[in-house]
Design a binder for this molecule. Structure first.
Ligand SMILES: Nc1ncnc2c1ncn2[C@@H]1O[C@H](COP(=O)(O)OP(=O)(O)OP(=O)(O)O)[C@@H](O)[C@H]1O
Length: 347
């Protein structure tokens, strides 16, 4: 058995009041190393306050936060924050610093060697699609909102903190830029092993990025669970209604091909080599129904006569025997999805 990853952040019974208004009430959670927790909920429900209690920008009235097992109150806030990157919607780049200077600012404050800072900055700018030869010497006002956001992220990653806190990091962007930056963000190798807590009120964003979602209302946790649990096993009426308007698109995003295989046509007599010959039509069982539909729609839009092109092969490893191969046309996929939904909703 692989050992469970260690708990990195543990919050117990956190509460915060402003005057008579309780904005966070008795919130507890434990976050494993490498996990992404999304704090979701309507405006004013206490997400930012909760996030800021983790790095001591806000002190709780009650409860404790432990980071790597140590109570944060026993750590100097500056030291604590060195291990926790912090990205906010307003980006907060220093206007008179170049892009490179903005990215390196924390590392320089930490007294890192100048050559080291320069090479780390260059590496990060490349990873975040801001080629340093073009952008390093530019100033924030010369960049688009999306580019500024990426510089803000690069800055938070510069000192390589194991934990990153993000408060509406894509909030200031238009929906199209937002979706594409989110995709880049999700695929960023740099973030794979980070423990992250992200605040958003955008449901799609939450489902796209979260390992687990904490849905809050008026400072009280309504449910903490995987996107799938929130969608298919809502803890109460608030949770159910919260996702109502976007239910279908969330279901398409949350269910994977693996979930609908039982309802697909199995092709046990097709050889692995035949399957792999069809190249780009092969999808992994972990692909979302949404992505599979997009692929199949593109294929059918090409209107070729090749039956191969209208089929998606779902197979695990290259070495998986052909009995693990399933095929779908677009209508078959939709039918299988419908059946899987019926089954899940009846459960
Ligand atoms: N420093 C403060 N003094 C008084 N009230 C505050 C303070 N900070 C936050 N609040 C109040 O606490 C409540 C929760 O605020 P918070 O910013 O945590 O909510 P949020 O869920 O992040 O909201 P949004 O999505 O709109 O950013 C709000 O009613 C807010 O007005």
């Amino acid at each position: 058995m692989t050992p469970l990853p260690p708990i990195t952040i543990e919050a117990q019974h956190l509460s915060k009041r402003y005057g008579t208004h309780t904005v966070v009430q008795d919130v507890s959670f434990a976050l494993a190393a490498g996990e992404t927790l999304v704090l979701l909920g309507p405006s004013g429900c206490g997400k930012t306050t909760l996030l800021r209690m983790l790095n001591r920008l806000v002190e709780p009235d009650a409860g404790t936060v432990r980071v790597n097992g140590q109570d944060v109150r026993t750590q100097a806030p500056e030291l604590l924050r060195r291990g926790m990157g912090y990205v906010i919607q307003q980006v907060g780049l220093l206007p008179h610093y170049t892009v490179a200077e903005n990215v390196g600012v924390v590392s320089r404050l930490l007294g890192h060697d100048a050559a080291q800072v320069a090479s780390r900055t260059e590496e990060l700018l490349n990873r975040l699609h801001l080629p340093p030869e073009r952008y390093a010497r530019q100033y924030p006002h010369q960049l688009s909102g999306g580019q500024q956001q990426r510089v803000g992220l690069a800055r938070a990653l510069a000192a390589n903190p194991p934990i990153i806190l993000l408060d509406e990091p894509f909030g200031a962007l238009d929906p199209i830029t937002r979706a594409s930056i989110r995709r880049e963000f999700r695929e960023l190798e740099e973030l794979r092993r980070k423990t992250m807590v992200l605040v958003t009120h955008d449901v799609q964003e939450a489902f796209e990025l979260a390992d687990r979602i904490m849905l809050l209302d008026a400072g009280i946790v309504q449910q903490l669970g995987t996107p799938r649990e929130l969608l298919f096993q809502p803890a109460n009426e608030f949770v159910r209604r919260f996702f109502e308007a976007e239910r279908l698109s969330l279901q398409l995003r949350t269910l994977r091909l693996a979930d609908v295989l039982t309802y697909a046509k199995s092709n046990s007599n097709i050889s692995t080599s035949t399957i792999y010959k069809s190249g780009h039509n092969i999808l992994s069982p972990s692909v979302s129904i949404q992505d599979a539909i997009e692929l199949l729609s593109t294929l059918s839009a090409k209107q070729t006569n090749s039956t191969d092109e209208a089929i998606v092969w779902v197979s695990g490893e290259q070495s998986t025997p052909s009995s693990a191969a399933y095929s779908f046309t677009l209508p078959q996929l939709m039918t299988a999805f419908g059946r899987a939904l019926q089954h899940l909703q009846a459960a």
